[in-house]
Design a protein around this ligand. Structure first.
Ligand SMILES: *[C@@H]1O[C@H](CO)[C@@H](O)[C@H](O)[C@H]1NC(C)=O
Ligand SMILES: *[C@@H]1O[C@H](CO)[C@@H](O)[C@H](O)[C@H]1NC(C)=O
Ligand SMILES: *[C@@H]1O[C@H](CO)[C@@H](O)[C@H](O)[C@H]1NC(C)=O
Ligand SMILES: *[C@@H]1O[C@H](CO)[C@@H](O)[C@H](O)[C@H]1NC(C)=O
Ligand SMILES: *[C@@H]1O[C@H](CO)[C@@H](O)[C@H](O)[C@H]1NC(C)=O
Length: 387
């Protein structure tokens, strides 16, 4: 299986080089370079998470688990339409695609499928990022080749891997993004050069490579080392440095595809909001990333996809473990339970003197793909105890 895949991917490398060459020949205009991420003039930063699009070949790719009456007029283009409507309704500051962006086994040309899957984000000129799931690489491109293509697309802030860790980190698509204070007049926004919210994106892999452990992959020790080092040696150091030295550590959010084993801790009764309609398909081993997160203390929310029919958030030891719910129509779903996506908003504290301070709260809700794009399950994930 793996050998066969490698042979096919070698065969297609020439095709990939040809399309990469086209990209180099038509350079991305300067206006398509994503801007630095900042809180807006209202002191807010909004993230739209889109999980499991499972995009394949567009109009010819049929939907799964829709009502019988909907089957005949449903394809990948319904996923595209949903994404466009979400972006228009929410006007996010960042869109995060948490993997299984394309469904490899049914994809004819992965570059075309990726481009089509992300097209609404690119058309909206919204900064966006992607990580990989376990199905993205199941056509002809490897995970590395997929990330190398994704980072060339307009308006993306995705990275193949952080330069300082590229020589030791496992996987492709591990990186950190910083969200700086509002770019208001310096008098109101003395934190415009500080990262007030730190976003971590990780490659949770695909399938275990350890023969005695079956099933899905996990976040490796090398990735945890990179996370901890980035959080302590880079982000906190800058946060605590002059000018405008801040105390403690700025809050963070982590995005990846495969849930941590700790997601098992919640059933529909004790998840704070949302549904559990299926089991948690985490790795069959616990690599300790949750413990690393709790020990470090900055990450307030973890956002995954993978289990399409779960969309809850539950809090464990100060960390919210959230699912995005499924956005894609060529992905299995729960018939009659609309496709959906998760929004997260971080809001800044306004000090007594009217200046924006650090993050005050982190909220979330979901949007359903029904006529009104219903907004459901609004909740606070975190309130800064210092405010
Ligand atoms: C898919 O899109 C078609 C064309 O716009 C529409 O008629 C149909 O109702 C959509 N199906 C679903 C399940 O949303
Ligand atoms: C932030 O950095 C820019 C560019 O270095 C500088 O012009 C500006 O004064 C800085 N703002 C604050 C509040 O320190
Ligand atoms: C995280 O990094 C800090 C500072 O380098 C170190 O003291 C701590 O032991 C690290 N924690 C883990 C779990 O690696
Ligand atoms: C830790 O982070 C610092 C600051 O970004 C960087 O210089 C160093 O190379 C990193 N070390 C590791 C092991 O990633
Ligand atoms: C949720 O309830 C289940 C039993 O119904 C229990 O095993 C689990 O520990 C609970 N989780 C939390 C976070 O309270």
């Amino acid at each position: 299986m793996a050998d066969n895949r490698r042979r096919r991917s070698l065969f297609h490398i020439s095709l990939l080089s040809a399309s990469l060459l086209c990209l180099f020949l038509s350079p991305i205009p300067a206006s398509a370079q994503p801007r630095k991420l900042r809180f807006d003039a209202n002191g807010e930063f909004k993230i739209l998470q889109v999980a499991d699009m499972h995009f394949a070949n567009g109009a010819t790719t049929r939907c799964l688990n829709v009502l019988p009456a909907q089957m005949d007029h449903c394809s990948d283009l319904n996923t595209t339409a949903f994404l466009s409507r979400l972006i228009a309704a929410e006007k996010p500051d960042l869109i995060v695609f948490t993997g299984d962006n394309i469904y490899g086994p049914h994809v004819k040309d992965p570059v075309k499928s990726l481009n089509a899957a992300f097209a609404p984000a690119i058309a909206s000129k919204t900064p966006w990022v992607a990580v990989l799931g376990n199905h993205d690489q199941e056509s002809t491109l490897s995970r590395q080749e997929l990330m190398k293509h994704i980072v060339t697309l307009p308006y993306t802030l995705s990275q193949v891997n952080p330069p300082e860790a590229a020589h030791y980190i496992d996987g492709f698509g591990n990186y950190n993004l910083q969200v700086h204070g509002a770019a208001a007049a310096a008098a109101d926004s003395f934190l415009q050069n500080k990262s007030l919210l730190n976003l971590y994106f990780l490659d949770s892999g695909d399938y275990s490579k350890v023969p005695s452990i079956k099933g899905y992959d996990w976040i490796k020790t090398s990735q945890q080392l990179w996370f901890n080092n980035t959080s302590t040696k880079n982000l906190q150091r800058e946060y605590n440095a002059e000018p405008n030295a801040q105390e403690g550590v700025a809050p963070g959010l982590a995005y990846f595809h495969i849930p941590l084993p700790e997601y098992w801790t919640f059933d529909s009764m004790n998840a704070t909001k949302g549904d559990r309609l299926e089991e948690t398909s985490s790795a069959k081993t616990n690599s300790g990333f949750f413990t690393t997160l709790v020990a470090r203390g900055d990450v307030k929310g973890v956002f995954v996809g993978h289990d399409h029919n779960n969309d809850f958030c539950g809090e464990l030891k100060g960390v919210n473990l959230c699912y995005g719910g499924v956005a894609g129509y060529h992905a299995y779903g729960f018939t009659g339970w609309p496709r959906r996506a998760r929004v997260v908003v971080a809001g800044l504290n306004k000090n007594r003197d009217g200046k924006w301070g650090g993050v005050k709260s982190i909220r979330t809700w979901k949007r359903l793909d029904d006529q009104d794009l219903s907004r459901v399950d609004a909740q606070f994930l975190w309130n800064n105890p210092g405010n």
